[in-house]
Design a binder for this molecule. Structure first.
Ligand SMILES: [Fe+2]
Ligand SMILES: [Fe+2]
Ligand SMILES: [Fe+2]
Ligand SMILES: [Fe+2]
Length: 409
């Protein structure tokens, strides 16, 4: 089908920005704004359309490693053994080199048009060599420099509601840091783009999502579902890496969904769609705090309330992607139950198609087969007992449960 990869990434940027809820309490649109500023600055720095396309992806995903990095202790965890940057104003989550390394690792195999590499690894390098890996000047890849300057402008500038005084302070900051954090050329390019009043309006919270859609280069290309799956597979790694207890959850769910699809004789295309739904079904969990996901012991009612929001966020992330209509349903319905007791919509059986029901059964099967903070992984037999118990209560489809036994038993 004719598919625009950047539309997928821009839509999923919403989910990436959910991760900030965990740290900041609000979605600050950080990655969207960084992508916007980097691309606008890049236009003035003379990047090609293909490079801009890749820059959009990389800038949106520049902090994708934060989920993975923040399970590790925050001091001395950089590959160079350096402690995180001192308290120089940007949020603690950006202060550890581990998020650069984990972020690059997650993106391995992403089909970038220009084949650039290590942009995420080096997105915290400073022009004077004082960054995590001590690259200096032009040794730092240009796209990494662009993300660096956009990142710091975003973090400094409170750009959601920037005013005249805010701009003046930002310009002072850029002047002070020229030759230290940033090259003079890039600061000049930024000044050129910032001279347009629309630039500042586009950055506002209410406009940034549309603005990003507007300027992200449109390369619709003929892509098969299996090629699209190569990309969603990468997102499944980002999602899984958020918690050590789910480090293979979406990837294995996707594997199992593929096996069930073959068992039912689905077409190759439908199997790929089903696997994409499995890859992305828990993308909304990026918005759930690790203090809940990794909690030992039972969750309290307030924590359950928070965790149950994740499928709603999954729907919001996926529903704007053209061609993903069925995938959105299968992914976002995975906690609905046939007796209407599921979440977030309490959908009745009539609202749940076969693949939504299949996904619900598979998700429970997969979760029980994994270790959790409060229990060890369960055997196939024990898992089947629990699933049959839920069948007896009318919550999940009995026939599917028995088919799981046939395929995985
Ligand atoms: Fe970062
Ligand atoms: Fe950042
Ligand atoms: Fe889930
Ligand atoms: Fe799940």
């Amino acid at each position: 089908m004719n598919f625009n990869l950047n539309n997928l990434v821009v839509a999923l940027s919403h989910a990436i920005d959910f991760m900030e809820i965990d740290f900041l309490g609000v979605v600050s649109n950080h990655s969207k704004r960084v992508a916007y500023i980097a691309m606008r600055t890049a236009e003035h720095a003379g990047l090609s359309r293909e490079s801009l396309f890749d820059l959009a992806t990389l800038a949106i995903l520049h902090d994708n490693g934060i989920g993975a990095a923040f399970r590790t202790p925050r001091t001395g965890d950089g590959p160079d053994g350096n402690p995180p940057a001192p308290s120089n104003g940007f949020p603690a989550m950006e202060g550890a080199a581990a998020h650069c390394v984990a972020g690059e690792e997650n993106l391995k195999g992403y089909p970038l048009l220009t084949g650039v590499r290590n942009i995420i690894t080096y997105h915290h390098e400073n022009w004077d060599g004082s960054g995590f890996f001590h690259l200096k000047g032009d040794e730092i890849p240009l796209m990494a420099q662009l993300i660096r300057i956009a990142d710091l402008i975003e973090l400094k500038g409170n750009l959601g509601g920037v005013d005249y005084e805010g701009k003046r302070q930002l310009y002072d900051y850029l002047e002070r840091q020229t030759g230290t954090l940033f090259s003079k050329d890039l600061v000049d390019s930024f000044h050129e783009t910032a001279a347009y009043p629309a630039f500042w309006l586009d950055l506002k919270d209410e406009f940034i999502r549309d603005a990003l859609h507007r300027i992200a280069p449109q390369f619709a290309q003929e892509m098969s579902w299996s090629e699209i799956r190569e990309v969603t597979k990468i997102f499944s790694r980002i999602i899984d890496s958020k918690s050590r207890f789910t480090r293979m959850h979406s990837q294995e769910l996707s594997e199992r969904a593929g096996r069930m699809g073959s068992f039912y004789g689905m077409s190759g295309e439908e199997i790929d769609e089903l696997r994409i739904a499995a890859d992305l079904h828990d993308i909304g969990k990026l918005a759930v705090s690790n203090s809940i996901l990794d909690k030992e012991g039972k969750l309290g009612p307030q924590e359950i309330d928070v965790i149950q929001r994740h499928t709603y966020y999954t729907r919001v992330s996926l529903e704007s992607i053209a061609g993903f209509e069925r995938i959105t349903e299968w992914a976002a319905n995975h906690h609905e139950k046939l007796d209407g007791s599921g979440y977030p919509y309490r959908k009745p059986a009539a609202g749940l198609d076969f693949n939504s029901r299949l996904m619900a059964c598979l998700d429970i099967y997969q979760a029980l087969a994994e270790e959790r903070p409060y229990r060890t992984a369960l055997s196939h037999e024990r898992t089947m007992e629990i699933l049959r118990g839920m069948t007896a209560q009318g919550k999940i489809e009995a026939a599917i449960v028995e088919d799981l036994d046939r395929v995985f038993g």
